[in-house]
Ligand binder design. Structure first.
Ligand code: SF4
Length: 384
């Protein structure tokens, strides 16, 4: 088998490699649909023959650009994503023929209003509650509205057969991701958390999906048969950490490094780019729009009120991964995640008798010293 490092590098380089891939696809006439949120039903984009491209950004450079146009008291993801779009320098945003957004948090909702001035933008009306007949009907109807928009924008027909194919394709990717992290959990000592995150955090940016899946399965085979790596082995007895909270984009790699260096063994990441997005499948036997709507409405995001799903998922993960401590990252000015630190803290500390720490961040480089100190103190406390 190819060296583990070479495969990991291909995932690490996915965002920069996507630029060439986008150029190639555009030359071949492919249509690109940019999106920002895990609620975007990418199956419908695939059924339109288009390429779904995640556009969320978290770089400091674009936060500053965003602050030129938006109030400063918005979360870094919103400012950075908008800053990237408005800069005119982003190969990803520039490549998008259409942007798909959802009425999730207030910051994103308002950002989409301004994105409309830059690109054709389709906004899906996301219900605020993930139970109830009316909410389901609204969301199913939003699937159909997205279909019509894509058909009109890209001049294609989205048939039931194409939708069913796209559902199968996405389900097989979710199953591969699940197989990866289940094997990683079952065979500790082969991959560091930062290496696992490099793979899963960048998976969506590998636009050649077949090659990405091939690499993922090659890595699964390596995990099953690979000899333990001495550096990785060292972490086996360290406190087992569940990482949760806001999607931190490219900054997540830095956060994972801080936790690893402090001696924490991250056994699971419950954010949009890992478990929150890949947990559960779309039912392949149901009418496609109802099936897609059902799956996506169950995403355990704090924009839902109430959001029992996230607490249930956290409780399950704490048990399944034998977690010693939960680190909950909240972006400054993110109200939804900030308010949910209250029930999450109660669940983790009072019901699961597990360590809990919430950390507020602005994703600024200058914060790394303070984050280091707080994470180290937490891991030390768990180690006693
Ligand atoms: S981090 Fe919070 S405020 Fe920012 S986009 Fe996500 S949900 Fe909205």
């Amino acid at each position: 088998m190819e060296q583990k490092k070479q495969i990991i590098d291909r995932f690490k380089n996915a965002r920069s490699d996507a630029v060439q891939e986008l150029n190639r696809l555009k030359k071949e006439g492919a249509k690109i649909a940019g999106y920002y949120c895990t609620y975007t039903p990418t199956e419908i984009i695939l059924a339109a023959g288009a390429v779904p491209l995640r556009l969320c950004n978290s770089s400091e450079q674009y936060v500053q650009e965003g602050e030129v146009h938006l109030p400063r008291n918005l979360c870094a993801i919103v400012k950075s994503s908008f800053g990237e779009a408005v800069s005119g320098k982003s190969p990803y945003f520039e490549a998008a023929d259409l942007v798909v957004g959802e009425t999730t948090c207030d910051g994103k909702k308002k950002m989409y209003e301004y994105l409309r001035e830059l690109k054709p933008t389709h906004i899906m009306q996301l219900p605020q509650k993930n139970t109830g007949h009316e909410e389901s009907l609204l969301w199913i109807n939003e699937m159909r509205r997205l279909k019509s928009s894509l058909e009109q924008e890209f001049e294609v027909d989205i048939t039931v057969a194409k939708l069913k194919d796209a559902i199968k394709q996405k389900n097989s990717q979710r199953l591969a991701v699940k197989e990866f992290y289940e094997n990683w959990r079952a065979h500790p000592g082969v991959l560091m958390s930062s290496e696992a995150y490099s793979i899963l955090g960048n998976f969506d940016y590998r636009l050649d999906r077949e090659k990405a899946l091939e690499d993922l399965y090659a890595m699964i085979r390596h995990i099953k048969s690979g000899p333990p790596d001495a550096d990785v082995k060292e972490y086996d007895n360290s406190p087992r950490i569940l990482l949760t909270g806001c999607l931190l984009g490219e900054k997540m790699a830095g956060i994972i490094n801080i936790i690893e260096k402090a001696g924490g063994n991250i056994v699971c990441v419950e954010t949009c780019d890992w478990l929150k997005g890949s947990d559960g499948l779309v039912n392949e036997d149901m009418e496609p729009f109802s099936a897609i709507a059902e799956k996506y409405l169950q995403i355990p995001c704090p924009v839902m009120s109430p959001n029992h799903n996230r607490m249930e998922l956290a409780a399950r993960l704490i048990d399944d991964y034998q977690v010693d401590g939960v680190i909950d990252f909240v972006l400054r000015a993110c109200l939804t995640y900030s308010v949910e630190t209250v029930p999450l803290r109660r669940l983790v500390k009072d019901k699961k008798h597990t360590g809990y720490m919430s950390l507020e961040t602005n994703l600024a480089h200058s914060e790394s010293g303070q984050l280091n100190t707080r994470v180290s103190a937490f891991i030390e406390m768990l180690s006693i």
